[in-house]
Ligand binder design. Structure first.
Ligand code: FAD
Length: 529
C-alpha cells in the first residue's frame, strides 16, 4: 500500500471500513465529485474465502465505480447450474441471459480481487478519496451538524470531524456498537465448512450442488470455480460434529478427496484455506441515525445461499451515493436520506426472506425441514414442476415499491415492466459512436429516456436546463427494439418519457412528450433546485 498521508481535520464524508462496500461507496461518491476519507482497520484487502458470486447488477455498479474493466478481465462468467440428489441430477437451471447483454447474470471472483480493483479506481482520483489503512474507528460522537470520529493508528489517537459518517465496518461494526444499536433477526444453527483448494480443471463455470452425495453421505455440498484455478467447496457439518476438529486439515482433506474422486477431478490439488460459516438473517431496523448512515454488513447480514451479502451491500452504496451528493452539494434536504433507509431496509427484509428460504433448503434447521427437503428432491427427479423449489434463487435487484421517491405512471404502459420503483431494464442501443448499453448512461445524473416519434422535440431542452440528462431512444437507436419492449411501449409510434434515478431505478413515466410533469415531479420530491 502507498505510504500513509496525514489525515485531514474535517471531511464531508468519513467512511468507517474499507471493505468492498466502503471502497465502492467512496468511488461512487467520487463520481459525483464528493470528497471522502476511508478508514480501514486492516493493513490491506481481506484474506480467505468470502464473497465470490457477483451479480449482473453489482457488475453494473462496479463498472460505474471504475472497476468494470479489471473485473471483466479476471472474473469467470456463468449463467446456470445443476443440483444432484445422491448420484442423480434433479435440477438444471439457467438465469435469464442473452447475447446482447452487457454483463453475464453472475461472475465468480474472490472478494479480495474486487476490493483491489475498486481501490485501483480510487487511486485515479486522489484529490477526492483518501484511504487510510491500519486506521481504526474507535469512537463516534454525534455533534450537531456533523459527527466527531475518534480514530486510532500507529501514531496514536485523534478526532476527525465529518459532515456525515457512513458505517461500512462490517458485521461486527464498531459504529453500531458506539451508537448502542442492535441487529434484529435470527441466526441459524447449521454450520458449513468453506474450503478453497487450488486445482486445474476444464469444467464449465456453473453452480454445482449435491444433496446427500455418495462422496459425503448425509451432507450438502456446493462447488464453484474461481479465477486462479481455485475451487470453492462448501459442505455442511452434521449437528454432532465438533467445529474446531472439522477445520483441521486431516478432517477436511478426506472429504474433499472423496468428492473430487466422485466427480472425476483427478489433477493434483492443494488446500488454500478453510473457515466455518453459519447463516444469519439480521438487519438494523433503520440505516439512518442522524448524520450516521449504515451500509453493507454493518447494516444487515444475510445468508450466503442466494449470494445476497456483498451484492446487496453494493446496492446500498449505489442508493446512498447520489443522495448524499445531492444533500452535500445541491442543497437537497437531509430528509432525502430517510428514503435511503426506507428503500434499503425493505431490500434487506426481502433479501432475508429469500435467504432464509434458501438456508432452510441448504441447511434444514430441523427434522421436519429435512424430511420436506428429501421429499422435494425425490419428487423432483420425475416432476419438473417441483424443480423450481430446488432453484437457488440467486440475488436479484429489489424493487422499491413503497418509496416516497416514486413518481407517477401517467397514461397506458405495458404491465409488469419498468414501473416506478423497478430497476431500469437494460437495452442495447445504437449511437453515433457505435453500439452502447443503456445502463452505461446511468450513475451520476437523473436521466430522461425519450421515446419519440421523430426528431427530439425542442422542449427537451427544458430537461437539460433542469439538470436532467436526455437520452433520445429514437427508432434508429433502438435497433433491437429492446428499449421499447422492456420499458412498456411496444407499439410503433407510441411516445413517452421515462425518468431514471442516478442509481438506475425508474422513478416515473409519462405518455406523450411534455417535459413539464417530469420536472414538476423532481421539484415536488425536492430533487431539483
Ligand atoms: C463464506 C462467505 C461467502 C460469501 N459469499 C458471498 C457471495 O458469493 N456473494 C455475496 O454477495 N456475498 C457473499 N458473502 C458476504 C460478503 O462477504 C459480505 O457481505 C461483504 O464482505 C460485506 O462487505 P462490507 O464491506 O459491508 O463488510 P466487510 O467485507 O466485512 O468489510 C468491513 C471492513 O471494515 C473494517 N473494519 C471493521 N471495524 C473497523 C473499525 N472499527 N474501523 C475501521 N475499519 C473497520 C474491516 O477490517 C473490513 O475491512 C459471503 C460471506 C462469507 C463469510
Amino acid at each position: 500500500m502507498a505510504p500513509a498521508q496525514p489525515l485531514p481535520d474535517g471531511i464531508p464524508v468519513l467512511i468507517a471500513g474499507g471493505g468492498p462496500v466502503g471502497l465502492a461507496l467512496a468511488a461512487l461518491l467520487a463520481r459525483h465529485g464528493v470528497r471522502s476519507l476511508v478508514l480501514e482497520a486492516d493493513a490491506g484487502y481481506c484474506t480467505g474465502s468470502r464473497a465470490i458470486c457477483i451479480s449482473r447488477r453489482s457488475q453494473e455498479i462496479l463498472a460505474t465505480a471504475g472497476a468494470g474493466d479489471a473485473l471483466a478481465a479476471k472474473a469467470l462468467p456463468w449463467t446456470g447450474g445443476r443440483s444432484f440428489w445422491r448420484n442423480q441430477q434433479v435440477l438444471q437451471f439457467r438465469m435469464p441471459s442473452e447475447p446482447t447483454e452487457r454483463f453475464a447474470p453472475m461472475v465468480n471472483i474472490q472478494q479480495y480481487h474486487v476490493e483491489a480493483f475498486v481501490h485501483e479506481a480510487l487511486q485515479r482520483v486522489p484529490e477526492l478519496v483518501q484511504v487510510a489503512w491500519s486506521t481504526r474507528v474507535t469512537g463516534v460522537q454525534p455533534a450537531g451538524e456533523g459527527v466527531d470520529v475518534e480514530v486510532a493508528d500507529a501514531t496514536g489517537t485523534r478526532r476527525i470531524r465529518a459532515d456525515w459518517l457512513v458505517a461500512c465496518d462490517g458485521g461486527r461494526s464498531t459504529v453500531r456498537e458506539q451508537l448502542g444499536l442492535q441487529l434484529e433477526g435470527t441466526q441459524y444453527e447449521g454450520r458449513y465448512v468453506i474450503v478453497d483448494i487450488v486445482q486445474k480443471t476444464k469444467r464449465p463455470v456453473e453452480r454445482l450442488a449435491w444433496f446427500d452425495p455418495p462422496s459425503n453421505p448425509g451432507s450438502t455440498l456446493l462447488m464453484h470455480r474461481q479465477p486462479d484455478d481455485v475451487w470453492r467447496i462448501d459442505y455442511q457439518l452434521r449437528d454432532d460434529e465438533d467445529g474446531a476438529e472439522a477445520l483441521k486439515a486431516e478432517n477436511i482433506l478426506p472429504r474433499v478427496r472423496s468428492h473430487l474422486a466422485m466427480i472425476g477431478e483427478d489433477a493434483p490439488w492443494e488446500l488454500l484455506w478453510a473457515s466455518m460459516y453459519n447463516a444469519k438473517c439480521l438487519t438494523l431496523p433503520a440505516y439512518r441515525h442522524g448524520r450516521v448512515l449504515f451500509a453493507g454488513d454493518a447494516a444487515h447480514l444475510v445468508p450466503i445461499f442466494g449470494v445476497r451479502g456483498l451484492n446487496s451491500g453494493l446496492d446500498d452504496a449505489a442508493n446512498l451515493a447520489w443522495k448524499l451528493a445531492l444533500v452535500l452539494d445541491a442543497g437537497a434536504d437531509a430528509a432525502l436520506l430517510d428514503s435511503y433507509s426506507q428503500e434499503r431496509v425493505q431490500a434487506a427484509r426481502e433479501n432475508i426472506a429469500y435467504g432464509a428460504k434458501s438456508t432452510e433448503f441448504m441447511a434444514p434447521p430441523d427434522f421436519a425441514f429435512r424430511l420436506m427437503r428429501e421429499a422435494t428432491l425425490r419428487v423432483a427427479m420425475d416432476d419438473p414442476a417441483v424443480r423450481s423449489l430446488i432453484n437457488p434463487r440467486q440475488s436479484a435487484p429489489v424493487a422499491y415499491t413503497g418509496t416516497p421517491l416514486n413518481g407517477p405512471q401517467q397514461g397506458a404502459w405495458a404491465d409488469g415492466v419498468a414501473a416506478p420503483g423497478q430497476p431500469a431494464p437494460e437495452a442495447l442501443l445504437q449511437g453515433a459512436q457505435g453500439a452502447f448499453h443503456l445502463t452505461q448512461c446511468f450513475g451520476t445524473e437523473f436521466t430522461c429516456l425519450v421515446f419519440g416519434d421523430g426528431a427530439l422535440p425542442h422542449a427537451m431542452a427544458d430537461l437539460a436546463a433542469g439538470g436532467v440528462a436526455v437520452l433520445d431512444i429514437a427508432p434508429d437507436a433502438d435497433v433491437h427494439g429492446q428499449a421499447r419492449m422492456r420499458y412498456g411501449l411496444p407499439e410503433d409510434g407510441a411516445t413517452g418519457l421515462v425518468l431514471v434515478r442516478p442509481d438506475g431505478y425508474v422513478m416515473g413515466r409519462w405518455r406523450g412528450l411534455d417535459p413539464a410533469p417530469v420536472l414538476a415531479c423532481l421539484r415536488e420530491k425536492g430533487l431539483q433546485p
